[in-house]
Design a binder for this molecule. Structure first.
Ligand code: NDP
Ligand code: MG
Length: 388
C-alpha cells in the first residue's frame, strides 16, 4: 500500500473492532483513523481513540457524552453521542469503513457508509440479512466496494470468479458446529449462557457466540451469502467441519472445488479486506497441516439445531421473513443471555414470531426498520410466555 488510507471503525470496542484496531496499530504509517464508534464502552472507545489519534469518537448512548468528553480531554479527538451521530460518523468519507456493529442497529450506519461510495468491510451480517436487496442496490448505485469480513464469505469471495458466475455450481459454507455439536438433546435443555458463549475455535462477541451455538449463525450466513454471491438459494449448502480450517468452498461446473484455508483468526479475513486488492502481513498463526493432521466433515443436524432450517425457510420465502427472523433472534438471544429463557426456546421464539407476522416485502430502508421494530415487539411478547 502506498498512500495513507483513511479508515473508520463502526463497533470499534467489539471483538471484530478490536481485531481491526490491532492490524491498524501495527501499520501506523499506512492508516489514518477518521472515526471510531461504540455503544456504551466509554473507556474502551477512549483508549482506542487515544492510541490511534482518531479524529472522531462517537458513543451511541447519549447519556455517556460527558464521561467520553472527559476521557478524551487534551486530545484532538472530537466527541459526539447518539444514533444520528453514529450515522454521521459513518458518512465522513473514509476510504475504508469496518462495519462491525452487532445487530440490525448497524443497518443505518452501514447504509450511510455505502452511500459514500468507498470501501465497506462488512462484518455486521444482521444488516445484510434484514435489508440485503436494499444494501446491495445502494452499493451498486454508489459504486461502493462491499467486502465480506465474515470468515466464510471472505473465503468464498477469494474463491469466487465474479467474471464467470455461471461457471459456479455450488457454494459450501463450513460450520464448526459450535460448542454443542455432539451434545444430547437432553443436555441442550439446560445449557447456560456461559456454556453457550464458550466457542471451541473462535473468540467472538456474546451474540454471535450464542448464534454459533444454535447454528442460527450459519442460517444467517446462508442468507448473507445469497445476497453477496448471485446464485439461486438452492446452490448454497452447509457442511459441519469442526476444525474451522477450511473457511468455505466454491464448486465449479467442471467439478473443481476451490477453498480458502487458514488459522481461525478473524485478523486474516479483516486483513484481506484492509489491504484489498493487495495483501498485507499479519501476525497470525501460520497453517501447519501436518500438526492439524486431519480434517473432519459431517452433515448438520437440523433436528437438534432447528434454527438452521428456520433460516433456510426464511431465505426461500424471501420478502420480510429474513428481517423478522433476525429481529426475533436478536430479542431471544438477548433474553437467553439475561438468563430469562432456556437455550432451546431461542429457536421456538424465532419460529413463532416468523410464523405469525407476514407484512409485505420492504422496498425501503424505513420499511425494513419498521418491520424490525414490530417483529421485536412481537418477539418480546412471545418471550414472556417462555420466561423461566
Ligand atoms: P461485539 O458484541 O464484540 O461488539 C459489538 C460492537 O458494536 C461494539 O463495539 C458495541 O459497542 C457496538 N454496538 C453494539 N450495539 C450497538 C448499538 N445499538 N449501536 C451502536 N453500536 C453498538 O460483536 P462482534 O465484534 O463479535 O460482532 C460484530 C459483528 O460482526 C456482528 O454482526 C457479528 O455477527 C459479526 N461477526 C463477528 C465475528 C467475530 O469473530 N466476532 C465473525 C464474523 C462476523 P459496546 O462495546 O460499547 O457495547
Ligand atoms: Mg462466520
Amino acid at each position: 500500500m502506498n498512500a495513507r488510507r483513511t479508515v473508520s471503525i463502526l463497533g470499534a470496542t467489539g471483538s471484530v473492532g478490536q481485531s481491526t484496531l490491532d492490524l491498524i496499530e501495527r501499520s501506523p504509517s499506512s492508516f489514518e483513523v477518521i472515526a471510531l464508534t461504540a455503544k456504551q464502552d466509554v473507556s474502551g472507545l477512549a483508549a482506542a481513540a487515544r492510541r490511534v489519534n482518531a479524529r472522531h469518537a462517537v458513543i451511541a448512548d447519549e447519556t455517556l457524552i460527558e464521561p467520553l468528553r472527559e476521557a478524551l480531554v487534551g486530545t484532538g479527538t472530537r466527541v459526539a453521542a447518539g444514533e444520528a451521530a453514529i450515522v454521521e460518523a459513518a458518512s465522513l468519507g473514509a476510504d475504508w469503513t469496518m462495519a462491525a456493529i452487532v445487530g440490525c442497529a448497524g443497518l443505518r450506519p452501514v447504509m450511510a457508509a455505502l452511500r459514500g461510495g468507498r470501501t465497506v468491510a462488512l462484518a455486521n451480517k444482521e444488516a445484510l440479512v434484514s435489508a440485503g436487496h436494499i444494501m446491495m442496490r445502494t452499493a451498486a448505485d454508489s459504486g461502493a466496494t462491499l467486502l465480506p469480513v465474515d470468515s466464510e464469505h471472505n473465503a468464498i469471495f477469494q474463491c469466487f470468479d465474479r467474471a464467470r458466475p455461471a461457471a459456479i455450481r455450488r457454494i459450501i459454507l463450513t460450520a464448526s458446529g459450535g460448542p454443542f455439536r455432539a451434545a444430547s438433546p437432553e443436555a441442550m435443555r439446560s445449557v447456560t449462557p456461559s456454556q453457550a458463549v464458550a466457542h471451541p475455535n473462535w473468540s467472538m462477541g456474546a451474540k454471535i457466540s450464542v448464534d454459533s451455538a444454535t447454528l442460527m449463525n450459519k442460517g444467517l450466513e446462508l442468507i448473507e451469502a445469497y445476497h453477496l454471491f448471485p446464485l439461486e438459494p438452492e446452490a448454497f449448502d452447509v457442511v459441519v467441519h469442526p476444525q474451522s480450517v477450511i473457511h468455505s468452498l466454491v464448486e465449479y461446473v467442471d467439478g473443481s472445488v476451490l477453498a480458502q484455508l487458514g488459522a481461525p483468526d478473524m485478523r486474516i479475513p479483516i486483513a484481506h479486506t484492509l489491504a484489498y486488492p493487495e495483501r498485507m502481513n499479519t501476525p497470525c498463526e501460520r497453517l501447519d497441516l501436518v500438526s492439524i493432521s486431519r480434517l473432519d466433515f459431517e452433515a448438520p443436524d437440523e433436528e437438534r439445531f432447528p434454527a438452521l432450517a428456520l433460516a433456510k425457510a426464511a431465505l426461500k420465502a424471501g420478502g420480510a421473513k429474513p428481517a423478522i427472523l433476525n429481529a426475533a433472534n436478536e430479542v431471544a438471544v438477548a433474553s437467553f443471555l439475561d438468563s430469562a429463557i432456556a437455550f432451546l426456546d431461542i429457536a421456538r421464539i424465532a419460529q413463532e414470531t416468523v410464523d405469525n407476522f407476514d407484512p409485505p416485502a420492504p422496498a425501503l430502508l424505513d420499511e425494513v426498520l419498521e418491520i424490525d421494530g414490530e417483529a421485536r415487539r412481537r418477539a418480546e411478547q412471545i418471550v414472556r410466555k417462555y420466561r423461566l
